[in-house]
Design a protein around this ligand. Structure first.
Ligand code: SAH
Length: 391
């Protein structure tokens, strides 16, 4: 033990939570803590029993994030080891794409660090002061393990503001172009690394995108609502007769149009409209589709948003269900952690009942495996994707 190491003592409730396998300690569960934002602190229970080493940020509601439960130095080789482990796991997944998540923060045991790979380039997101201060160790480790042509820091998330960190987008090493063309199974798309949503793409939907290709029946009519750059639409268009991508953002649809061109797909159309209005109009008009995809932004970002979010999910799912031809498939997603699988199931059930539709459950899916779920961290399971077939 390093005698100069700052220390934190947890209340019994905080200690029990960490011992149950959760890495977060809320400010209200801390008896005392030394040090400043970005320090690695030694965490014990009230009796002095060692719990682990944590990333400290007094400005954050989650003031301690456990980095390790071993009594080991959190140094350059520690970061290298965590990244190496994360990469070994990705290799084992045999991912059919050259864009994927290399390291997924707490789920890969590095609180507040996300690393995404887009071909030769890496995009890093930092959500903890401790990682921010140690980027000088992270960057060489990434260089050693992946030899990227460039590494971009996207430090522009809302989570950073909550942590009291400033926002910036800048190159950490090499050179990083504004966009790069990557492959996702049979589809190619352009990821806008500097300005796109998240780090440039919705990588957590990759496996579900591939699945959309399978569920979009040969020769069918498909509606992809909340399409962004066509994540689902492009795969569906390889088999369907026609796919309409709907989004309220013109920039998203420009990117989708560009991606359709990259894949030589001429059966896509693009509609800029509020999804709620479009779904209501189409269902009132009695339109029918062989597949409808719903992938809205998180309607419940916090627990208090839940009642409104349930109404919104119910509305879009009710309309989408009504739009299905017999045998038609609804691919319904939610990325809101607070809108749990159980609540989502209830909402879909009530939408089906109101639409008078019998819906066969084809699959319940989650986020892609490179965004791993950890059993003892319920928040690590956030994305749900139900595939329902109208009988
Ligand atoms: N399906 C995409 C990701 C969707 S992200 C993929 O797999 O890659 C959510 C999208 O919903 C964003 O592009 C956003 O512009 C769009 N959006 C948000 N609110 C909307 C609304 N009310 N109507 C239509 N689109 C909306």
């Amino acid at each position: 033990m390093n005698p100069a190491e700052p220390k934190a003592v947890l209340k019994d409730r905080g200690a029990a939570r960490v011992r149950s396998g959760h890495p977060w300690v809320y400010r209200s569960d801390v008896v005392s803590a030394e040090g400043e934002a970005g320090d690695v602190v030694r965490v014990t229970d009230r009796r002095g029993g060692f719990i682990g080493l944590a990333f400290y940020n007094p400005k954050s509601e989650i003031s301690l994030r456990i980095a390790t439960r071993e009594d080991e130095p959190v140094d350059e080789s520690w970061f290298h080891g965590r990244l190496r482990d994360a990469l070994a796991y990705r290799k084992s997944l045999q991912i059919e794409a050259d864009a994927y998540r290399v390291l997924h923060a707490e789920a890969d045991r590095v609180p507040g660090l996300v690393v995404d790979r887009y071909g030769e380039y890496l995009v890093v997101q930092v959500g903890s002061a401790a990682v921010e201060r140690r980027l000088g160790w992270v960057v060489p480790a990434l260089g050693d393990l992946l030899a990227p042509a460039g590494i971009l820091l996207r430090a522009d998330s809302l989570a950073r503001k909550r942590e009291g960190l400033d926002t910036a987008v800048r190159v950490l090493s090499g050179e990083v172009p504004e966009n790069v063309i990557v492959r996702e199974g049979p589809v190619r798309y352009r990821a806008h690394l500097w300005k796109g949503q998240k780090t440039g793409s919705f990588l957590d939907q990759r496996e579900n995108h591939l699945l959309a290709g399978r569920y979009a029946g040969e020769g069918g009519r498909v509606l992809d609502v909340f399409s962004y750059a066509g994540g689902f639409a492009l795969h569906a268009a390889r088999r369907a007769a026609s796919v309409e991508a709907v989004d309220s953002s013109g920039a998203a649809l420009d990117a989708a149009r560009d991606n359709a061109g990259l894949n030589g797909l001429a059966n896509l159309s693009f509609t800029r409209k509020n999804a709620f209005d479009l779904l209501r109009e189409r269902s009132d008009a009695g339109e029918r589709y062989d597949a409808v995809i719903l992938d809205p932004p998180a309607f419940a970002k916090a627990k208090r948003d839940l009642p409104g979010a349930i109404r919104a999910y119910k509305e879009i799912n009710l309309r989408a269900t009504k739009l299905l031809a017999p045998g038609g498939v609804l691919v319904s997603c939610s990325c809101s952690y607070h809108f749990s699988r159980e609540i989502m199931e209830g909402t879909l059930r009530s939408a089906a009942a109101d639409a008078g539709a019998a819906m066969r459950v084809r699959e319940w899916r989650g986020q892609a495996a490179d965004h791993p779920e950890v059993l003892t961290i319920p928040e690590s399971r956030y994305l749900k994707c139900a595939v329902l077939e109208r009988l």
